[in-house]
Design a protein around this ligand. Sequence first.
Ligand code: ADP
Length: 397
Amino acid sequence: MPAAAGPGTGSGGGYPGGVTFPVVGMVGGGQLARMTHEAGIPLGIRFKLLSDTPQDSAAQVVSDVVIGDYRDLETLRAFARGCDVITFDHEHVPTEHLRALEADGIPVRPGPDALVHAQDKGVMRARLDEIGAPSPRHRIVSDPDDVAAFAAEGDGFPVILKTVRGGYDGKGVWFVRSVEDAAAPFLAGVPVLAEEKVDYVRELAANIVRSPHGQAVAYPVVESVQVDGVCDTVIAPAPHLSEELAGEAQALALKIAAELGVTGHLAVELFETTDGRILVNELAMRPHNSGHWTQDGAVTSQFANHVRAVLDLPLGDPRPRAPWTVMANVLGGDYPDMYQAYLHCMARDPQLKIHMYGKDVKPGRKVGHVNTFGDDLEDVLERARHAAGYLRGTITE
Ligand code: ADP
């Protein structure tokens, strides 16, 4: 019988009786790390966390935590020594540090050559062009006059400007209507990418998981409803999406993962255009908000499959368990005591699944999400939105 796949050197496993399990090193202590840790528990996978503070979402629940700065190479090296593989809760670890860890012999998944495409939107666009993946019209621009030239090369203003690094949840993205509007993005001193403003009917996400030996699974394509630049609701599968476009989106995500050498979870955020095409908006190489529905709505969650992938274990079935699953993010409101709301939410909907991140409630901050599932989309949506609104305090009955 062949040996089990995966590193499994058990350098920090240390269960009594000589049984060892691999140690997954997670860089970043946010909710994605917390939920990935949760998914590893039934498999007996050991977790080690590098977190900024002991209060971070995952640091509250993981037993083996190192508090330190992921931007410092020696901190990363010391952390990695007790791990069989390194993976991430975010995409901010400098590429050269990841190369140094690989040179030290630690598997890094996804590796630096893949991850750079999720770190730098300029690099991502250039590579997507090379592999023939559809993007909005785009180019790097040097100053406001160059933005005006870019606009004139297409349909004129408005255009979208993005800093190539450091953006999230709409920060680092500008909707620019005139050359006078175009100065702000250049102030940060980071290269700026200009994109045509896409006329889209909605945003979709094609989520896949790929392992180092090349196995890959594709989740159903979902619709991601954004409010004020932040993901509000995810509907799985995307309602009324033609089988043809859904298949195209999944094939595109699988192709991007294979071409870029992605290991672990890849979210491909897409625009569905008014004329029925899909265009790539951006890539995330880690578990992603658009995949949270899989915790309760798929046979194998994105988190469980991410753990399997980074350990090069066979991947689990990505198929849905119910005709419809809806995820609604719970944002902080003016009402700090969300636990009070559990009584109402749980009594109203015994099928409701609540996932809280252990974060302090601040207005607009993602502090948790809920999942609902069932046969009737209207009902499933209503239950998710009601619970998220009630937890936030925007719905009171
Ligand atoms: P972030 O890195 O902050 O998630 P995104 O690139 O996803 O940034 O952009 C944030 C939002 O801005 C998107 O969800 C979308 O609503 C809008 N957006 C981004 N690029 C374009 C574009 N080319 N055309 C139209 N809207 C866009």
